[in-house]
Design a protein around this ligand. Structure first.
Ligand SMILES: [Cu+2]
Length: 112
């Protein structure tokens, strides 16, 4: 699936994928460095627990699945994850970016 990062949104080519190996083809369209973090949670993507700084998400309070911690501007990355059926949330956790709207939900279904 394709993932496009920009200030401040994350767009994905799909919101549902089949369980198994999922390749996230991540593109940063700038104008800042971003990050791509995937966690497994049933929380709505805009209701993740806040960290003490109030500007980012408390990743320690969530079940991390994978991430690319530095997505440079105008570069492309591939993140491959083995995902079991369930609900996942992805976000950018650089200061303020999550609050700016950089998050979304991915549903992994169990049908092949
Ligand atoms: Cu960001």
């Amino acid at each position: 699936m394709d993932v496009t990062l920009r200030d401040f949104s994350i767009r994905t080519s799909t919101s549902t994928v089949a369980a198994g190996t999922v390749a996230f083809n991540i593109d940063n369209r700038g104008p800042a460095t971003h990050e791509f973090v995937v966690v497994r949670t049933d929380l709505p993507h805009d209701r993740l627990p806040a960290a003490a700084d109030g500007l980012s998400v408390d990743e320690d309070a969530l079940t991390g699945v994978g991430e690319i911690s530095e997505v440079d501007i105008w570069k492309s990355y591939t993140l491959q994850l083995r995902l079991a059926p369930g609900t996942y949330v992805f976000f950018c956790n650089l200061e303020g970016h999550y609050l700016g709207g950089m998050s979304g939900t991915l549903v992994v279904s169990d049908d092949a």
